[in-house]
Design a protein around this ligand. Structure first.
Ligand code: ASP
Ligand code: MG
Length: 440
């Protein structure tokens, strides 16, 4: 079995969905199970309608009209989605009446995008020669915990999914909702925005799929952001751990936790382009052929803050670092990079009100300095852990470009080297690094 996931832009309209149909048709001997997102923009429109309703503005029709336009373009009968439109109207009316939007209601409302798209797509496929059936993933065993907005399947998912899928007709393509789930009480949940990729890898792992394909609108994973580096190119092979590092650092291709289920079951994940299906994309797997370049990819996250706490108390004292991290944890601040000396500790985090509150607390521990407008730049590659001189080469290249590196992170045996630079320097740093590491 092959799990194929198509993102919102891949199913945006009839022209795109026709491309998807041909891609799926060519793979039909491999028994594809298709996971689909909502049509592009529909989830955003649902969330906007939900928030507007809670704020006193009742407008179910703009999102319904948008969906209706796509389903008409696909030649679907209006009656196909009428029950879902009615349910959506009722729900938005309820939110409008109580003027309150709980995480549970928001998940319920956000779920309509996928529930509508799979019905239209399966109907269209069937009418145009590729017999298919729509499925809500919770009917295939995807029962989750009740963490609305970040739900995960409960133990036993693999057995439930296998049993459910075994009962499906083998001559029809299952088109399954990404993103959503149901808890044990039957309430709809979601795994988090952009979570259809995760649904696909969770299903792939549960069903022992031969591979999970993630179809979007880029030629796989690139060596750097092509907007900064015109010569950025596709990475044909990448290890799971390399891809996971990149996902954490702002690579737009994969949802950070997407890879975990595939990693655990060693199922290759292939990132492909719906608009160029002949392009080989990127395959992410456990073992890859040797990389001829010193690194695999460069990524970055802008607009970070560097917080430095200096205190002579830290010298030789037990538990100081623990207090720093406990303050971060209390305010739910996610720390990305850490560097310490005997008398100071620097860490990076996103600049948020929670960080301000943390900084106020940290002042009790020592002198605190906050520097804004910083970018965490990361070079990822298996050679960083094994080949002498790669880190030196990276730092020298950045230094030669006149970019000041304010902090570095390079853990023992680690496959990434992280650096903090000023936001204003990121274009220059990335461009120089790419030249050194990939065009040398
Ligand atoms: N439709 C959902 C979203 O827009 C999930 C997804 O596209 O992956 O967040
Ligand atoms: Mg998406």
């Amino acid at each position: 079995m092959l799990v194929m996931k198509f993102g919102g832009s891949s199913v945006a309209n009839r022209a795109q969905i026709e491309k998807v149909r041909e891609i799926v048709r060519r793979r039909s001997p491999r028994r594809p199970l298709v996971v689909s997102s909502a049509h592009k923009g529909i989830t955003d429109a649902l969330v906007a309608a939900a928030r507007a309703a809670a704020a006193g503005h009742h407008d179910p029709d703009s999102v319904i009209e948008r969906q209706r336009a796509i389903s008409r373009e696909l030649g679907c009968d209006d009656a196909l989605l009428e029950p879902l439109y009615a349910e959506l109207r009722d729900l938005l009316r309820g939110v409008h009446l109580v003027k309150e939007l709980s995480p549970r209601s928001l998940d319920y409302l956000s779920s309509f995008g996928e529930r509508m798209s799979v019905r239209c797509i399966a109907d269209f496929f069937t009418r145009t020669g590729l017999p298919a059936d729509p499925h809500d993933v919770f009917d295939l065993g995807f029962v989750t915990d009740s963490r609305f907005g970040g739900a995960r399947p409960l133990p036993g998912f693999s057995e439930r999914a296998k049993a459910a899928v075994a009962k499906l007709p083998t001559d029809r393509i299952p088109i399954v909702t990404g993103f959503i789930g149901k808890n044990e009480r039957g309430e709809i949940t979601t795994v988090g925005r952009n979570g259809s990729d995760l649904t696909a890898t969770l299903l792939g792992a549960a069903l022992d799929a031969e591979e999970v394909e993630i179809w979007s609108d880029t030629d796989g994973v690139m060596t750097a952001d092509p907007r900064l580096v015109p010569s950025a190119r596709n990475i044909p092979h990448m290890r799971f751990d390399e891809a996971a590092e990149l996902a954490y650092f702002g690579s737009r291709v994969l949802h950070p936790s997407t890879l975990l289920p595939a990693m655990a079951q060693r199922i290759p994940v292939r990132v492909l382009n719906t608009n160029r299906p002949e392009h080989p994309g990127t395959v992410i797997e456990e073992a890859t052929p040797p990389n001829p370049h010193p690194a695999t990819s460069i990524a970055y996250t802008e607009d970070q803050a560097v917080v430095t706490i200096a205190s002579t108390r830290m010298f030789g004292e037990v538990g100081f670092l623990g207090e720093v991290f406990a303050a971060c944890a209390r305010h739910e601040v996610v720390v990305d990079m850490v560097a310490t000396s005997e008398v100071s500790i620097s860490l990076t985090a996103k600049r948020t009100p929670a960080l301000e509150r943390t900084v106020d607390e940290l002042r009790a521990l020592g002198d605190v300095e906050v520097r804004d407008g910083r970018t965490v730049l990361v070079v990822v590659g298996q050679h960083l852990a094994t080949r002498p001189g790669v880190a030196a080469e990276i730092l020298r290249a950045v230094g030669d470009a006149g970019v000041n590196v304010e902090m570095i992170g390079y853990a023992a045996g680690s496959i990434n080297l992280s650096m903090v630079v000023a936001d204003a320097a990121v274009a220059k740093a990335v461009e120089t690094l790419h030249r050194t590491l990939f065009d040398g």
